[in-house]
Design a protein around this ligand. Structure first.
Ligand SMILES: [Zn+2]
Length: 630
């Protein structure tokens, strides 16, 4: 009787078919949005090609989920987990233009409660309920049976695989060229296929992290020696957060986002600086490592000393002060660290999510500095302009621009309100930097003092339909990769370090820099000699000593060559990826006006040429003239 009852239950392969059908349709809406904008119907063949897309996706998911379906006890929980996680990812992909790559998975896995809370919203909950929990419940409640003996059940699985492969081969025979062209010209599509992107990159990240943990710490620059200046040097380095270059008044932005820094003497703002990554988890380890962006290996960086370790080895007193709820991403692992949020200073820690305003980084800093012996480096890691809750990043008296977007549903705010809110975060960052300079000046009688500020990555505020950051670097828009870098030196610092301020200003205005410069510039600033140091990447090397103004420069790229992302030599080169970002932006349903975005002009130039089949040749040719930042 029991056997008779189970005989009428569907075979477990049905669970796989239902899951595959869901992921081939409603479970992959961001992918379908992209495909819909890319593939055009012009005739019977293209209509057939479009018709084959859901079938191809179903077959792929069917094959890939079959091993999961063959696990008797785990198939339902695993399929439900994939559905629920994918539904949350689908929400961010659709509403913020997010792509799921390795760094995005890393961001999610390393996030904390406060950051997660900042994304929490009713639409997100509804999306997860409708596209994740509901289909999961249906799967979990389905009763399946194995239809008799194990051999017979195995034959069903085998037949499923063979039939699916036959369909796939048929589609490949009919449309191989179409699929090949589609994927070659739109490589970002791979990062849109749920849940494959999640599974692949989670596996990759966890494996890499595990391997890094097993590796012993690799020391670096054991030959490093530091020369002593006539007076102790004190440098405050502010790294991050989420500030983009084009919204800085000092870089030509037409709004007063730098009211304090613009009034101070000796402030130098570097107009063209590229980040190493588009997310903190990549940029932070990269900018402190000896590896340039093009050769950056996160696994290696995690098990290797960075520039802070080298400075400490040579006797520099290094302190890391953190107010970023994402932490220091391992960079401060061997450095004395103050977690400022734990202080719970009443006047600065009033946010519901437990975060504090960045001025807390200066709280008690004087006593830290006074305890320093000799040369000192204080690294401040602010929360800066981290979204989507920009309105929580500044106090009421820094609300210079209004109306503001006082919500985490930033995609629903007007562009005016969103930009106002973001710009207010920059005004507050400007105030914090100005206060840090004031503090440094109070020590200038007996120390040579300096401040360096550089953001870890930029931010998209709806341009190209993108929000936030974390877009894969090769197709990331300039808003996410162009960052502010600002420096201030006391007169005595300039004098004792032999720096030529006019030379620095000239370089800051005309040359292209990147996070690759930070490692070597810090070594240069503290007069550290080591084989790891390369003067060609030291921002100050060409503006120091008697050779100032005529010596070697850090990454000297002709302005006419710049387009999107630094190449192996640090200069920027037009590639087919620059064409792809245009396509990606187009699939998101919007585009920023070319006259407001110099890079868009560059891309349009590249794209026109690519349409003539000249992309390959472009890779070896100078790009169109680079417009000034801002
Ligand atoms: Zn960041």
């Amino acid at each position: 009787m029991r056997d008779c009852f189970t005989w009428h239950r569907p075979h477990p392969v049905t669970l796989v078919w239902l899951s595959a059908a869901f992921f081939a349709t409603a479970g992959n809406m961001a992918l379908w949005k992209s495909l819909w904008s890319i593939v055009e119907i012009h005739g019977f063949r293209s209509a057939l090609f479009i018709g084959s897309l859901p079938l191809l996706l179903f077959c792929l998911f069917n094959l890939l989920l079959t091993p999961v379906g063959m696990l008797p006890l785990l198939r339902k929980p695993l399929l439900a987990l994939l559905l629920i996680v994918s539904s949350a990812a689908s929400y961010f992909m659709l509403h913020y233009g997010v792509l799921i790559d390795r760094s995005m998975v890393q961001n999610v896995l390393e996030t904390n409660q406060a950051e997660m809370a900042s994304y929490f919203s009713l639409p997100l909950v509804l999306s997860v309920l409708l596209l994740g929990v509901l289909p999961s419940c249906i799967l979990l409640l389905m009763r399946t049976g194995n239809h008799g003996r194990p051999l017979r059940s195995s034959l069903v699985w085998l037949a499923n695989v063979l039939a699916t492969m036959m369909v796939l081969v048929t589609i490949a025979l009919g449309f191989y060229k179409d699929y090949s062209s589609l994927l070659r010209n739109n490589r970002y599509l791979r990062e849109q296929v749920l849940p494959l992107n999640i599974v692949r990159h989670t596996y990759g990240h966890l494996g890499s992290s595990h391997r890094a943990r097993l590796q012993p710490l690799r020391t670096l620059a054991d030959d490093a020696v530091r020369a002593q200046g006539p007076r102790p040097r004190l440098v405050i380095l502010v790294v991050g957060e989420t500030a983009r270059s084009r919204n800085f008044q000092l870089n030509g932005y037409d709004r007063p986002t730098n009211p304090m820094l613009s009034r101070k003497d000796n402030v130098i703002s570097f107009q063209s600086v590229s980040s190493c990554g588009t997310a903190t988890a990549i940029s932070l380890p990269c900018m402190f490592s000896s590896m340039p962006r093009t050769r950056f290996d996160a696994e290696r960086a995690a098990s290797q000393e960075n520039v802070l370790d080298i400075l400490r080895k040579t006797g520099v007193d290094v302190v890391w002060r953190d107010n970023n709820n994402g932490g220091c991403k391992g960079v401060c692992a061997r450095v004395p660290t103050d977690y400022m949020g734990q202080l719970k200073v009443d006047s600065l820690c009033t946010n519901d999510d437990g975060t504090c305003l960045d001025e807390i980084l200066l709280h008690g800093l004087s006593s830290r500095i006074e305890a320093m012996q000799g040369d000192g480096l204080v690294v401040l890691h602010p929360l800066g302009s981290h979204g989507p809750t920009y309105f929580q990043r500044y106090p009421a008296d820094a609300r210079v621009f209004s109306p503001t977007c006082d919500s985490n549903q930033i995609q629903k705010c007007s562009n005016e309100a969103l930009v106002n809110t973001y710009d207010n975060t920059l005004v507050y960052t400007d105030r914090m930097l100005g206060s840090a300079i004031d503090l440094l000046q109070s020590y200038s009688d007996d120390r040579d003092v300096a401040l360096i500020y550089v953001s870890d990555h930029g931010e998209s505020l709806g341009e190209h339909g993108l929000y936030l950051h974390g877009t894969p670097y090769l197709i990331a828009p300039q808003e996410q990769t162009r960052v502010p870098m600002i420096m201030w030196f006391s007169a005595q610092f300039v004098s004792h370090a032999g720096l030529d301020p006019a030379c620095l200003r000239r370089d800051a205005a005309t040359r292209v820099f990147s996070h690759d410069n930070l490692f070597h510039s810090l070594l240069g600033l503290f007069q550290v000699s080591t084989t790891e140091y390369h003067a060609g990447l030291d921002v100050f090397a060409g503006c120091r000593g008697p050779s100032a103004g005529s010596g070697p420069r850090a990454i000297a790229c002709p302005a006419a060559r710049g387009t999107s992302a630094p190449g192996s030599d640090g200069c920027q080169t037009a590639t087919d990826e620059t064409v792809e970002v245009l396509q990606f932006g187009r699939t998101l349903g919007s585009g920023i006006a070319a006259e407001h975005d110099p890079r868009e002009r560059d891309f349009l130039g590249v794209r026109r040429k690519s349409q003539a089949g000249a992309v390959a040749r472009l890779q070896n040719q100078p790009g169109p003239p680079q417009a000034p930042a801002g």
